[in-house]
Design a protein. Structure first.
Length: 385
């Protein structure tokens, strides 16, 4: 089978071989986007870099013995025809987005450490709302209380009913509960994995991972065949935040990847809701502490849907609570927000002009997007539609 045919099986468009070489080099453990750019600058192409001697590679800044060993191992593993061998190993039904692909979400590309590639499996149509950050991330601890599990499942169901893609990590506990709730309501779950797509972790989530892949999207920045490393689970938090326009923290302790994700979302100006929990429970110490800052309390899943309004995947004919702003009769707040946007404005500018917190403005901006009055642009900016 030709390389081009194998590329199609991997979900990649028929473009230049240089794109394939980028994808192949991205699978070398420990290589980041800076290193690939160095290889391109030094050798003119990534194909030429593959044939470069260890001495030539060693001359590049940052290419020490550990990195050279990883490259040597990669070369030994894939042989003289690495592209065909890698694509065949990746398997059918695997999609991939590279940073320079127009379909890749700009919020992902703009990350301080953007992924070299996003591998995915599932319903490709869901990328459309993800590119506009029209999704809600729900995160929390792997060891939640009964109350936390119930709330996560209820939130997943409510968001699915309202037509919102639900982003989480497919981990034990809160992640699994929100995915299950989303699936139960016939929604579109989006799982950002800390492992490659050809692995299941934890192992007993095999059925759940398959269900999410059929109904929604499985996404990973880890190339097929990559081993399981603890750092990969922490790194996925930034992707969950970059794909969402709002975040819900259900329950987590003080030292938690979920708490880190919530803080990243808050720093990015996204609205953050936190489910209050028993103050005596260590499993909720981190999420309760965030409530003492500027996060909004979420007492019921219905309150979240009321604030967000119908999502981008809302079913036609299904009754849903309208957002605060509508096309036919914009409220005074909506008219003031549209006036503040003017010919274009960032979230920070709007917050300063209107004297309102970013968390209060984002649901209104989302509603105006859905009403067709505003267009979102990269960098949390909006312009008239």
């Amino acid at each position: 089978m030709s390389v081009v045919a194998l590329v199609v099986n991997c979900g990649l468009p028929q473009r230049s071989d240089e794109r394939l070489w980028w994808l192949f080099w991205a699978a070398v453990p420990g290589l980041g986007i800076t290193a690939l750019r160095q290889l391109l600058a030094a050798f003119g192409s990534l194909q030429a870099a593959w044939a470069a001697s260890p001495q030539a590679l060693r001359a590049l800044p940052g290419f020490g013995e550990a990195r050279l060993a990883a490259i040597a191992h990669h070369r030994a593993r894939w042989g003289s025809d690495p592209l065909s061998a890698w694509c065949a190993a990746a398997g059918r039904g695997l999609g991939c987005l590279l940073p320079n692909d127009p379909a890749c979400p700009q919020a992902v590309v703009a990350l301080p450490r953007p992924p070299l590639a996003l591998y995915w499996r599932g319903r490709g149509s869901i990328w459309a709302p993800l590119r506009q950050r029209l999704a809600v991330a729900v995160v929390g601890t792997r060891r939640p209380s009964v109350h936390g599990l119930a709330m996560a499942e209820a939130i997943g169901m409510a968001l699915a009913d309202a037509g919102w893609p639900v982003v989480s990590g497919l981990a034990e506990g809160i992640d699994a509960a929100v995915h299950q709730g989303c699936l139960r309501a016939g929604g579109r779950p989006v799982a950002v994995l800390g492992t490659a797509l050809d692995r299941v972790y934890p192992r007993h989530h095999q059925v759940l991972q398959q269900q999410v892949g059929r109904a929604g999207l499985l996404i990973s920045e880890q190339a097929p065949g990559t081993g399981v490393l603890a750092g990969h689970f922490a790194a996925r938090n930034r992707l969950q935040v970059a794909l969402a326009g709002a975040l819900v923290l259900v329950e987590c302790p003080r030292r938690s990847g979920a708490l880190h994700a919530a803080r990243m979302a808050r720093d990015a100006g996204l609205p953050v809701w936190v489910v209050p929990a028993d103050a005596a429970k260590p499993s909720a110490a981190g999420s309760n502490a965030l409530l003492a800052q500027d996060a909004a309390p979420l007492l019921a899943a219905a309150d979240l849907v009321h604030a967000l309004g119908p999502g981008p995947l809302a079913r036609v004919g299904v009754a849903a609570k309208p957002p605060a702003c509508t096309v036919s009769a914009p409220s005074a707040a909506a008219r003031a927000l549209l006036a503040a946007v003017g010919s274009g404005a960032s979230l920070l500018q709007l917050s300063q002009r209107l004297g309102q917190a970013s968390a209060e403005l984002l649901p209104q901006l989302l509603a105006l997007e859905l009403a067709g009055l505003l267009r979102a642009e990269p960098g949390l900016c909006w312009r008239p539609a």
